[in-house]
Design a protein around this ligand. Structure first.
Ligand code: ZN
Length: 658
């Protein structure tokens, strides 16, 4: 249940009206059942003094692009009140013209664009105004008898507004309807199928009224036996699912026209809803609030018929686009949520951050759908209303402004030995170019080598075939497939002449440097074949392959065999649109295998000092891991789209190779 998080000591740190506004906005933002991912908005009416010392009435309102949980004073735009109030008297105004006017009336050129709900905040005659999309309130109003039911919860404590498209139309309607319905007992306003407002003379009063109002809705759901969700338990399937997931992601990417990430979630809520006997009808209604449509699309795909979903989406677009005068650009017809009895809930997006947002939103949606069903029946807005939000002129304008995505957006790379050295550098280069990366390493620090949503570190001994398969299963469940594979994990033993070779050490080197890669290539092949833009493998070979050195028999032989393996993979997999290339680095000393002992022993075997040894190449330079990582990423990119079976030295130039 809701609890006020107001803390007098914390609140006292925040000075003035704007400071208080920031403090309670953050309190609202901390609760995902009130607002999620940029949803909701808040404002305060106050006075500013201009350069002439004249007082100006302004509305500080949340700027677009800011999230309430982390908002700063700079996240609020100061907009002239008299301008906002005059705009509210216009008979009509397009939302594009409204956005233009809001910009014009903002008194700080550095401020963000004011929220599209700024005029609505302005016409509400209270100093502090809080607006959330509280789950409990939208749950109650997304039912056939929603208005009557929510009246039972709030009586005359709030004003009730039917669903109206957010933007100028909603502000215009409220400017007339609010004063008519308002009573001395009014502390808030419910927007059906959208959310709730609360008002106060102080930040604390508005915030605590929000908590009070939402608590009443939650308690009402409890009293009606519509709070506790019971989903039948079903243990997840025991068989590996990665090939089915990767095939589904390939189909989704094909209809989208670009690669997408897909996160298959099989916990009790996700899988329980996907297996719900009525999931077909429950999920076929629409989103929790209209603004979610931008993230989740109107409907999830139930089952795996991606083509049918795309056809239905295209039909929906053409049906509703016909009633809009201006030409519209159709969004891609791929689903963003898939519900499947075996794969659970799949959240889809171009970047891992988007996938996480889709996932959060739909998990809340599942809870609300089930609660509304227990209360009465789940009923979202009709498709025509939702279409208006999905194809809102302001959203279409955003589409036109968006830049090109990074080269590997929507793609997944797996890098072995990624906790340090070349593996880590390759992972970093791939992340920087937009890929989601799964890093494997025997070193436990792999889990937090990077801390970001597009990184998954898995502790794995690559010589353990079962562990490798489990890692692939984990990778594909998290990101949906495998597009790029970087075979990097390797060991470099101390120098040993052939006459003294230790058989156990020899075998250990072959197991890590060669055998593990045979298994990984074999297991990864079917996944790489499903890569939307074609699979890519980059093998980290060694300068030792073309130019071996005394005392390095085990290492050189293992890398030579690995190179030969890569050449054969290039031959066998070309028709599957998988490219396989090898890089031969040398003079890379910032990696894990170059301990002082190894360095000294290698230098000694060439009769050189360590310093001479480090720069014994044509260009007389050390090569950094970073440079090798950049080459690995380049080999996965378009520059090398027509190259397979190549061996590229990155060694400062070696006379024996040249
Ligand atoms: Zn809203």
């Amino acid at each position: 249940m809701m609890q006020s998080l107001w803390n007098a000591t914390d609140a006292a740190q925040w000075r003035g009206d704007l400071g208080q506004r920031v403090y309670t906005s953050r309190l609202l933002g901390q609760d995902a059942s009130l607002v999620m991912h940029g949803g909701g908005n808040t404002s305060v009416k106050t006075t500013l003094s201009n350069i002439f010392g004249e007082a100006q009435e302004v509305l500080y309102v949340k700027g677009s692009g800011w999230d309430l949980a982390t908002i700063e004073p700079a996240g609020f735009a100061p907009v002239q009140m008299h301008h906002l109030l005059r705009l509210a008297t216009l008979a009509t105004l397009s939302d594009t013209a409204m956005a233009h006017e809001l910009r014009l009336a903002t008194l700080d050129p550095a401020a963000p664009a004011p929220s599209v709900e700024a005029i609505l905040h302005a016409i509400l005659p209270y100093k502090f105004v809080d607006h959330t999309h509280a789950d409990a309130v939208v749950t109650i109003t997304n039912t056939p008898d929603g208005l009557a039911t929510v009246r039972r919860v709030y009586g005359d404590a709030v004003v009730y507004i039917p669903y109206i498209m957010p933007g100028f139309e909603l502000a215009r309607y409220c400017a007339t309807a609010f004063p008519q319905q308002r009573t001395p007992r009014t502390i808030g306003m419910v927007l059906l199928n959208h959310g709730i407002f609360s008002f106060g003379d102080t930040a604390r009063e508005a915030y605590e009224r929000m908590i009070d109002l939402v608590s009443r809705a939650e308690e009402f759901l409890q009293q009606r036996g519509a709070w506790q969700i019971n989903l039948p338990a079903a243990p997840p399937p025991a068989r590996p699912l990665r090939h089915e997931i990767a095939a589904l992601r390939q189909a989704v990417s094909a209809v989208a026209g670009f690669p997408l990430l897909l996160h298959s979630q099989r916990d009790p809520l996700a899988r329980g809803f996907a297996r719900h006997p009525q999931v077909g009808t429950l999920a076929a209604q629409g989103p929790l609030t209209p603004d979610h449509i931008i993230r989740t699309k109107r409907l999830p795909l139930v089952g795996r018929d991606v083509q049918a979903y795309a056809t239905a989406y295209t039909d929906y677009f053409h049906t509703h686009a016909a009633s809009v005068p201006q030409p519209l650009t159709m969004l891609d017809p791929a689903p963003r949520v898939i519900l499947d009895p075996e794969l659970g809930m799949c959240a889809i997006g171009r970047r891992a951050t988007e996938v996480a947002i889709v996932s959060d939103i739909y998990r809340h949606t599942i809870e609300s759908i089930l609660r509304a069903s227990l209360l009465e029946a789940w009923q979202a807005l009709p498709p025509a209303e939702l279409f208006r939000v999905e194809y809102w002129e302001l959203e279409q304008a955003k589409l036109k402004r968006q830049g090109t995505p990074p080269p590997f957006a929507g793609e997944v790379a797996l890098v072995t030995g990624a906790a340090s050295g070349i593996g880590r550098a390759a992972a970093e280069a791939l992340l920087a170019q937009g890929a989601a990366v799964v890093g494997l390493d025997i070193d436990a620090q792999i889990s937090d080598t990077f801390s970001r949503p597009d990184w998954l570190g898995v502790v794995c001994d690559v010589t353990d075939a079962a562990a490798l398969n489990a890692a692939l299963e984990q990778a594909v469940s998290r990101f949906g497939g495998l597009d790029m594979l970087v075979l990097n994990a390797g060991i470099f033993p101390q120098s040993q002449r052939i006459a003294e070779i230790d058989s156990d050490l020899w075998r250990q080197v072959q197991q890590v440097n060669l055998d593990a890669n045979v298994v990984l290539l074999r297991e990864a092949h079917a996944l790489l074949k499903l890569a939307p833009r074609g699979g890519r493998v980059v093998v980290i070979g060694s300068r030792n392959v073309p130019a071996p050195g005394r005392g390095a028999a085990a290492y050189s032989a293992s890398k030579a065999a690995l190179t030969q393996l890569a050449r054969i993979a290039a031959l066998e997999w070309g028709s599957d649109n998988i490219r396989v290339n090898t890089v031969h680095p040398d003079a890379v000393f910032d990696t894990g295998i170059w301990s002082d002992a190894v360095l000294q022993s290698r230098a000694a075997s060439y009769g050189m000092s360590v310093e001479q040894y480090k720069r014994r190449n044509v260009l007389q330079q050390e090569v950094s891991s970073r440079a090798v990582g950049a080459l690995v990423a380049a080999l996965c990119g378009d520059l090398f789209a027509h190259t397979t079976g190549a061996q590229i030295p990155i060694d400062g130039g070696n006379e024996r190779v040249i």
